[in-house]
Design a protein around this ligand. Structure first.
Ligand SMILES: *Cc1c(COP(=O)(O)O)cnc(C)c1O
Length: 390
């Protein structure tokens, strides 16, 4: 690992670019392309039109009245679950793929854990006619066959990684090597606000449409800004996407991490509430301690680090991060399904569970905006087993 260079993408000492030398030049190029292109009228128009006609934006904000009654605060859901692909991931994938195309790249590579980001990348690769190769740990690929099939149906090559622990971290390593070796024609499409600069600020930019829409929608419907904004945090992209527009407002931020089996179990995915500072995947951030086994009931939160901007928000006290345990997320999963007719992703269920706790601390008329980051169709089989529905 090279330098201590944190001048790029510096989040109060977190972030930066902690990468081997061969990656410096490709990342410089990418940062340059991003800075030059993302703010032009032409790029903005193309991005906006794909977000509308391919992804299905804007997504509504829904006042969940029965849930509000049950939990004791006014709960509004930002419906990212209604997007094409079933989650917020398509926002970022479209943005990066369009950027890659503008930069003359013909090929996308990406890592994927549970497969959701791989599927979203394969969707936009097909849409724009870009060759797409997805690196996925062999263990993950065996657990998530349906997503492997989806990616292949979409025309992507799925490369099952057998090195190391054959998991997400190994897939990231191999994808980075591919990127470094093929930078002339290849873009590495990172799936969250993580990694070396410029990824955290680039992914934030492409996801910030969530909060911009929601800010107008909540104000229109309630005549005020929300008192609290709540999102689940894996790498942290749907949370940053929601928070960004409220950064300078009097709105409290809350992040729900994967609390796994609970405090003291040593099995969780909560580097903000329980981890330590460290360098991982090219960034300075917070990571799990060495003796922790990364675990969450939801595959999308199962990541041993977190985006550097969240590490900064925690350090300066801008956001309150809480570990939500598996059982509480499952309870919220069931409650939202039964009370509102919406089956949430298990990831998003962590945010719902945190909203319940917050409602208990707030007044009945207080407004809580929750990012419903994805739909739960992918989780139904797992839920059927856990709730003994068969
Ligand atoms: C991938 C995923 C997440 C976690 O990713 P973030 O970058 O933390 O947003 C959360 N919710 C859903 C539905 C996902 O698919």
């Amino acid at each position: 690992m090279a330098d201590e260079d944190t001048q790029f993408g510096d989040f109060e000492g977190f972030g930066g670019r902690h990468v081997p030398e061969p990656l410096e030049e490709p990342l410089d190029q990418l940062a340059e392309t991003f800075d030059e292109i993302h703010d032009t009228d032409e790029f903005r128009q193309r991005f906006r039109s794909y977000l509308r006609d391919f992804a299905g934006r804007p997504t509504p904000v829904f006042h969940a009245e029965r849930l509000s009654e049950e939990y004791g605060a006014q709960i509004y859901l930002k419906r990212e679950d209604l997007l094409h692909g079933g989650a917020h991931k398509v926002n970022n994938c479209l943005g990066q793929a369009l950027l890659a195309e503008e930069a003359g790249k013909t090929r996308l590579v990406a890592e994927t854990g549970a497969g959701q980001h791989g599927v979203a990348t394969a969707m936009v690769g097909a849409l724009l006619g870009l060759d797409t190769e997805i690196y996925m740990g062999e263990k993950d690929a065996n657990r998530q066959r349906m997503n492997v099939f989806r990616m292949r149906l979409l025309g992507a090559e799925v490369n099952e990684v057998t090195r190391g622990g054959a998991g997400l971290a190994d897939a990231v390593d191999v994808a980075l090597e591919d990127f470094a070796a093929n930078v002339d024609d290849t873009h590495y499409l990172v799936g969250s606000v993580v990694g070396p600069d410029p990824f955290p600020r680039m992914v934030r930019e492409f996801q910030s449409v969530i909060g911009r829409e929601a800010r107008d929608q909540v104000r229109e419907e309630t005549g005020q800004l929300p008192d609290a904004a709540v999102a689940c945090v894996g790498g942290g992209s749907n949370a940053i996407g929601l928070f960004d527009a409220f950064r300078d407002d009097d709105v409290d931020f809350y992040g729900a991490e994967g609390g796994g089996e609970g405090e003291g179990s040593g099995k969780h995915a909560a580097p903000l509430s329980e981890g330590e500072e460290g360098v991982m995947h090219g960034m300075k951030t917070r990571t799990l301690e060495d003796d922790t086994e990364v675990h969450s009931v939801s595959a999308g939160l199962d990541y041993p680090a977190v985006g550097p901007e969240h590490a900064m928000f925690r350090a300066v006290g801008r956001c309150d991060y809480r570990a939500v345990e598996d059982d509480d997320a499952l309870d919220a999963f069931r409650t939202l399904s039964e009370l509102e007719g919406i089956i949430p992703a298990l990831e998003s269920s962590h945010a719902i569970a945190l909203a319940r706790d917050l409602a208990g601390e707030m007044d009945d008329e207080d407004v809580i905006l929750v990012n419903l980051s994805g739909r739960g169709d992918k989780d139904v089989e797992q839920a059927a087993e856990m709730f003994d529905l068969g």
